[in-house]
Design a protein around this ligand. Structure first.
Ligand SMILES: CC(C)(COP(=O)(O)OP(=O)(O)OC[C@H]1O[C@@H](n2cnc3c(N)ncnc32)[C@H](O)[C@@H]1OP(=O)(O)O)[C@@H](O)C(=O)NCCC(=O)NCCS
Length: 184
């Protein structure tokens, strides 16, 4: 299946196509982790593209056998999670020598789930972050993201609850991983 996965750097023209993918990914792949109310609130207030990553050329689109299959990226900026509608953290640049790069906004189409798209996006991000001089990665995982990132070698740092603007509390797990220990 890996042979059918292709990545490219996302451009502003991708954003309208990514929005429905992100909503569908969240709705279908969050089942058993978040309630419907939590997912709909997250789609409104949290999940989405942060166009700062597109400007930085650190956000990627994945296709599987020619069809849009997922998106995800990394960031050299301080913001930790959230789309344009509610970015959490400042857009200032990180120091690669002392601060971890961010892994941001991974979403895979339900029809492409568990076929290695997320792992391929991660590999691209880790290589790019390492090439930029970063020594570690950190991220704010959704609950469905925790088993995925655990498989990729991330460790749980802390449980975080973000109360969204409509009063819905959404649970996340902050996770981190060294880049130096990666084998390839
Ligand atoms: C999390 C997500 C990005 C994973 O994408 P994916 O393309 O399905 O993941 P992969 O196929 O690359 O999986 C790699 C490995 O991660 C683990 N994994 C992935 N999803 C998992 C799940 N739901 N439960 C348990 N393990 C999982 C498995 O070990 C898997 O390897 P395997 O399929 O050979 O067993 C996807 O489920 C998703 O988009 N979820 C909804 C949106 C979301 O919450 N994103 C995370 C934002 S922080």
């Amino acid at each position: 299946m890996q042979g059918g996965i292709l990545l490219r750097v996302a451009t502003p023209s991708d954003v309208p196509h990514l929005a429905p993918l992100i909503s569908e990914s969240a709705r279908q792949l969050s089942r058993g982790f978040y309630s419907d109310r939590e997912v709909e609130s997250a789609i409104r207030h949290v999940f989405g593209v942060d166009t700062a990553l597109i400007e930085d050329r650190t956000y990627y689109v994945a296709t599987l056998n020619g069809a849009l299959a997922g998106c995800g990226g990394w960031s050299r900026r301080n913001a930790l999670y959230g789309g344009d509608q509610r970015r959490v953290g400042t857009p200032s640049f990180l120091d690669p020598a002392t601060e971890p790069a961010r892994l941001r906004a991974f979403f895979v189409a339900p029809s492409a789930a568990r076929r290695g798209v997320g792992r391929r996006l991660f590999e691209e991000c880790q290589e790019a972050a390492r090439a930029a001089g970063f020594r570690a990665l950190t991220l704010m995982a959704t609950l469905p993201g925790v088993p995925f990132y655990s498989t990729l070698g991330f460790e749980q740092v802390e449980d975080v609850t973000d109360v969204l603007p409509d009063g819905v509390p959404l649970r996340f797990v902050r996770m981190t991983r060294a880049l130096d220990s990666l084998a390839h």
